[in-house]
Design a protein around this ligand. Structure first.
Ligand code: NIG
Ligand code: FE
Length: 409
């Protein structure tokens, strides 16, 4: 297929690499461009003026001045969950905090009770509908975590649902094992009992059935301590799972340092960051993944994106789609939030949500940029005056069409 009349072809990279600091401000594009696709993949691109349409034999799709860019790589989500938690949403409006809700058996524990009561088929159905909905908003690759099972059967059920999603969906999907999301009530005073279950009973089955790519821990005051986090990451490593961890969401809890020490692919959240944490990330290959829709939804302060970019860090943006702190996987809205609230430029935000997101889930060989040989996973926008119009006109759906593996959806 030949796509013609692209107003701007955004995110062109011949030899992509993980972007850090100042590099993130540059989003290479071609004005008045064409793009060629063969069997799912991008094979060529260039300027319209260099194209001789009289000798073209391919199918031609006229993009009619759309901006065309790579689909979003959402590298941190929890979209497999049962039901919803709008009751807590009301409680929070009335002044109860996220931590208080959790302490009273709500929050993650509420979702865990629901999930354990829900059949695998029903769970799959709910997650499938969410994936199909975010695909229409431009998501082409997604990481999904377990962590609402908190029991052997529950965690395995979640991971098997993710495996089924991988097999059925045309999106690229990565799975993360997050049994260490919180302690189930029966292990409230017996942390080692639950950790033993994770290590001795869950991990071997996950390894055997090849159910996960990564291991995650909610390293946080009131959840998993540094020592407990290290114990779990070590065990995960033994079973071939690389760490991607929840760090520094509610407190400056040492999560960043633990992640870097264990060569985590990414440390995610980072609402509470000091200079020490920034320095620690600076000297590592670990990506700082920011989840500003969680900060927005919980009315917390946003991660210090500008400071992190000035320190030459590699930043990714992800939705954290989950029932408790970010019941939305809307990446265009997330880009707008990042520009408005964290003062990222549109170019920085788009790079963070595409190429760097691809690195944060190790799918950069296939997606994240307009590169020959990568999958034709593309967003076609409606007519708009400039790229900056996308976050500027926040909340407006400017996506006209989505292509996944060379096919319009
Ligand atoms: O990434 N912080 C921990 N986990 C999720 C929220 C989970 C929930 O509240 O259900 C997060 O924000
Ligand atoms: Fe999360």
């Amino acid at each position: 297929m030949l796509i013609t009349n692209i107003k701007q072809l955004i995110g062109i990279r011949e030899n992509p690499h993980l972007l850090r600091g100042k590099e993130m401000a540059i989003l290479p594009f071609l004005e008045n461009a064409f793009l060629r696709i063969e069997s799912e993949k991008i094979t060529d691109y260039g300027l319209m003026k260099d194209l001789d349409l009289t000798i073209e034999t391919n199918d031609i799709y006229d993009a009619k001045e759309a901006f065309v860019m790579p689909t979003w790589c959402d590298s941190h989500t929890h979209i497999v969950y049962a039901g919803s938690r709008e009751n807590e949403f009301i409680q929070k409006i009335k002044g109860v905090s996220y931590e208080e809700i959790a302490k009273n058996g709500g929050g993650i524990l509420f979702s865990a009770r629901k999930l354990n009561e829900t059949s695998e088929e029903e769970l799959f159905e709910q997650a499938w509908n969410r994936i199909e909905a975010i695909k229409k908003l431009g998501t082409g690759a997604i990481e999904i975590k377990s962590g609402y099972g908190l029991s052997i059967e529950g965690e395995l059920k979640m991971l098997r649902v993710i495996k089924k999603l991988k097999n059925k969906s045309n999106l690229l999907i990565k799975a993360t094992f997050l049994a260490a999301h919180t302690f189930p009530s029966e292990f409230k005073n017996n942390h080692q009992g639950y950790i033993k279950q994770i290590i001795d009973e869950m991990l071997p089955i996950i390894f055997e059935e090849n159910l996960a790519n990564y291991i995650d821990v909610f390293c946080e005051k009131g959840f998993f301590s540094i020592t407990e986090t290290e114990q779990i990451l070590e065990a995960g490593k033994h079973f071939g799972l690389k760490p991607k961890i929840h760090a520094n969401q509610l407190h400056c809890s040492g999560g960043v340092q633990v992640g870097v020490k264990h060569r985590a692919i990414s440390v995610d959240h980072l609402e509470t960051m000091g200079n020490e944490e920034i320095d620690c990330l600076k000297n590592s290959n670990t990506i700082g993944t920011l989840l500003p829709s969680a900060a927005f939804f919980l009315r917390m302060s946003y991660p210090p994106a500008r400071q992190m970019l000035d320190a030459n860090l590699a930043i990714a943006l992800a939705s954290d789609y989950n029932p408790g702190s970010s019941p939305s996987g809307n990446m265009p809205l997330l880009i707008a939030l990042s520009c408005i609230q964290m003062k990222m430029t549109p170019e920085e935000a788009i790079n963070a949500a595409t190429l760097n997101g691809a690195y944060a889930m190790e799918v950069s060989d296939e997606v994240g940029s307009i590169t020959k040989g990568k999958l034709a996973n593309l967003i076609f926008t409606k007519k708009m005056p400039s790229l900056a119009y996308l976050p500027y006109s926040f909340g407006e759906n400017l996506i006209d069409n989505i292509m996944i593996r060379g096919n319009f959806q």
